[in-house]
Design a protein. Structure first.
Length: 418
């Protein structure tokens, strides 16, 4: 079976916004994941290279950036009420980067100093005509076909990709054409019916003809000094696909952005910290000691080029700076551990130590934010969530646990409450 990967010049994700059949979307997504994991098994090298030519319209970028930035700001406002370590959204998650970020690296299909042959098509064309048009691309350098929108008004991009794949299989072509979704190329020549054949020099159209699937004839006309529209010389067909920007506009009208923003904020805690959320309960009380010494990986130079430490030097920070903290790690969903943590906080304060309270998990059912607020109110000290560097540095494997400095070593104690 021939495989086609739709090289998209506009990758605005519409999945999840359209009111599509859920199972079809799931199946299409699974197939798309398989292709994404191992594209070489499905695609020829030229098609893989073509997929790199991705261009997102400025209007779509600005709209998505606005949504991202608003969600980012509202989430940070929510997090400020808890003021605990680690609770901050990375700035890169806002409009500066990500799938709609302003630093998105875009590559256009039409490149300067390159002659490109383009066949404008529609999946609504009869099989024999579509096959004839696509066969005209075979053997030509920098020759592509383009459609202007999704195969069906309720499709997502993956579904359109597989619909095209099935259509081409039925045509029984002896080659795999490079097929793009690029409405901007339709807009450039104001294409309203298909097929249309065009030759571009860079981003400028040299000449185009309607209804005649023959690039060689266009080249002859260009050599004779003719350019622009060369007329119609064959049957023309209506474009079956909705203009992609019309699809976006139609679907955007059905989206409740406020609800989606609220959902993103509500899901923040559900998605955060999965890898260390469910540390096992300590079955026995035991302690172990860690050497907190670190090795300098490169020279550290201070003022006036004074070398503070040289690469390879090893030192123990507990020998340099007093560690007056008492770490308390617990599972916030276990009431026994919460009560234990409250007692440990009181103990630390009574010993003039600064309690460092870290939870691995808390109740995320219902309203996680209210649940966290209720948990926080039971303590005098701000709570923090377990993060990977702490887990790794202190080698935390079970909870509840404490850590404190003892004779220039770090003592970690796992506590069995039963």
């Amino acid at each position: 079976m021939k495989r086609l990967f739709l090289s998209l010049c506009l990758c605005l994700p519409l999945t999840g916004y359209a009111d599509t059949a859920v199972q079809n979307a799931i199946n299409a997504a699974k197939q798309a994941q398989e292709i994404q994991k191992n594209p070489e098994a499905f695609l020829d090298p030229s098609t893989i290279n073509a997929f790199k030519n991705v261009e997102i319209p400025e209007s779509a970028i600005k709209m998505a950036q606005s949504i991202q930035a608003k969600t980012h700001d509202d989430l940070n406002e929510k997090l400020k009420t808890f003021n605990f370590m680690g609770a901050q959204v990375n700035e890169e998650d806002a409009a500066g980067s990500g799938p709609f970020g302003s630093n998105q690296d875009n590559n256009a299909i039409l490149k300067s100093d390159t002659v490109t042959s383009i066949a404008y098509v529609s999946l609504g064309m009869p099989d024999d005509v579509l096959k004839q048009v696509l066969m005209a691309l075979h053997g030509r350098e920098n020759a592509i076909a383009v459609i202007r929108g999704l195969a069906d008004e309720d499709h997502n991009i993956a579904q359109t990709m597989f619909a095209i794949n099935d259509r081409l299989d039925a045509l029984d072509l002896n080659h795999t054409p490079n097929l793009y979704l690029d409405f901007t190329l339709f807009d450039k020549l104001d294409i309203q019916r298909v097929p249309v054949f065009a030759i571009f020099d860079g981003e400028e159209p040299l000449a185009y003809v309607e209804g005649l699937p023959n690039f060689e004839w266009i080249e002859e006309q260009i050599e004779e000094g003719k350019n622009g529209g060369l007329g119609q010389f064959g049957a023309m067909f209506e474009i079956a696909e909705e203009h992609f920007m019309d699809t976006i506009e139609r679907r955007l009208k059905t989206i409740d952005f406020e609800a989606q923003k609220e959902q993103a904020i509500a899901n923040y805690w559900i998605n955060r910290g999965r890898e260390y959320r469910h540390l096992p309960k300590a079955l026995e009380t035991q302690s172990y000691y860690l050497d907190m010494s670190i090795t300098v990986t490169e020279d550290i130079v201070g003022l006036e080029n004074h070398v503070v430490a040289r690469k390879g030097d090893t030192f123990n920070p507990l020998e340099v700076v007093p560690f007056n903290r008492y770490g308390i790690i617990f599972d916030g969903t276990d009431e026994d551990q919460v009560e234990w943590a409250i007692e440990q906080e009181r103990f630390a304060i009574s010993q003039n130590l600064v309690p460092v309270l870290i939870f691995t998990d808390f109740d995320v059912k219902g309203d996680p934010w209210k649940n966290l607020e209720a948990l926080q109110k039971r303590f005098q000290t701000n709570l923090g969530q377990m993060i990977q560097p702490i887990k790794d540095r202190f080698q935390i494997e079970a909870v509840p646990a404490t850590f404190q400095a003892e004779e220039k070593m770090m003592k970690i104690t796992e506590v069995a409450l039963d």
